[in-house]
Design a protein around this ligand. Structure first.
Ligand SMILES: *Cc1c(COP(=O)(O)O)cnc(C)c1O
Length: 343
């Protein structure tokens, strides 16, 4: 089998990454069985690996991060319960309202501060008293990284303390949590230790073609496994994709540092272009944001498309660095933008 190569320089997301040669080999050779019967050895091995690496009793493999987040909400909350979440959080805004649709779980969204944290005062104020007028506040859901930013460890400790005091649970949408641990230069468990459950995407910077994992206590994962089947997420010989997920966890975590350095390089190269408004602090992980407005972004996106570069034309353009963008591609992007704006 020949390895597929990227056909364009695609800055839209790290979800576009193609599987590595090691993943192709692992998928070809995977031993599989019926995972709904618990008999797929590769899925079982991936779940064990994820639980061990993330520091939990158990883990569950699912089709997407949207599904692992939903499974977490369904496993933590009952009908009529409530979760506190960021207004711009993926688990609230970008998952189609799944918690409300499938779980009758009420979201209580709060504004993020600039650093992606929810203020402890806002959280405290949003927790409902035990009163028949209110939904039961059950869970807080955070996101890390959030808009490419890393949540400070001291903040995680403070939220954990609040959660313990108020007898709530704490979930992390850790779609890109390994970007956070790599950026901080710490073990992943230094982050995960504060959370009752975590969802991690294998299909972003870690380059697996499909899949996410949810990790937590055995009790929580058993509940989530039941909900996964109810949602139609029992995938039978899923070991073929789980095999790539194992390569993602075993081989592709450290390489995220390369994505971060490419993001810095891109940031430095684009900084002279005043239309981009790249004034804020700096790049923390694998994303650069252009605060340029759609009237600049739309014609720019059309111009770049002709050079084989793909960006999303939005009010605030998110450029995401990943395996399939090389240092040379970053140079091409910088030169194309400078050329366009004659900088
Ligand atoms: C990508 C992402 C998810 C899950 O997305 P899927 O496409 O469903 O795998 C969840 N949270 C965040 C923050 C994400 O970026």
């Amino acid at each position: 089998m020949t390895l597929q190569l990227p056909t364009q320089i695609d800055f839209r997301s790290d979800t576009v990454t193609l599987p590595t040669a090691a993943m192709h080999a692992a998928m070809t050779e995977a031993r599989v069985g019926d995972d709904v019967y618990g008999e797929d050895p590769t899925v079982n091995a991936l779940e064990q690996l994820a639980a061990d690496k993330l520091g939990y009793e158990a883990a569950l493999f699912a089709s997407s991060g949207t599904q692992t987040n939903l499974l977490a909400l369904l496993a933590h909350c009952e009908r009529g319960d409530e979760y506190i979440v960021g207004q711009q959080a993926h688990t609230y805004k970008y998952e189609g309202g799944g918690a409300a649709i499938f779980g009758s779980i009420q979201p209580q969204p709060l504004e993020f501060r600039d650093d992606g944290t929810l203020s402890l005062q806002d959280i405290e104020a949003a927790i409902k008293p035990d009163d028949i007028h209110f939904a039961n506040t059950r869970l807080i859901a955070l996101e890390n990284t959030v808009g490419g930013k890393v949540l400070p460890l001291s903040y995680l400790a403070e939220v954990r303390e609040l959660v313990d005091t108020r007898a709530l649970a704490l979930h992390l949408d850790g779609a890109r949590v390994f970007n956070a641990s790599v950026a901080l230069g710490i073990e992943i468990t230094e982050i995960t230790r504060y959370f009752d459950s975590i969802s991690v995407c294998l299909s972003k910077g870690l380059c697996a073609p499909v899949g996410s994992v949810l990790a937590g206590s055995t009790e929580l994962i058993n509940k989530a496994r039941r909900w996964r089947k109810v949602l139609g997420g029992g995938m039978r010989q899923a070991g073929f994709i789980a095999a790539a997920g194992m390569v993602a966890l075993n081989e592709n975590v450290e390489r995220l540092a390369e994505d971060h350095s490419k993001a810095e390089k891109l940031y430095d190269g684009l900084r002279p272009i005043s239309e981009f408004n790249l004034c804020d602090a700096s790049v923390q992980t694998n994303m650069v944001f252009l605060d340029c407005g759609a009237s600049v972004a739309t014609p720019l996106a059309e111009h770049l498309q002709q050079k084989g570069i793909c960006i999303s034309a939005a009010d605030k353009v998110r450029l995401v660095l990943h395996k399939d963008i090389s240092n040379e591609d970053v140079d091409t992007m910088i030169a194309s933008c400078r050329d366009y704006f004659q900088v």
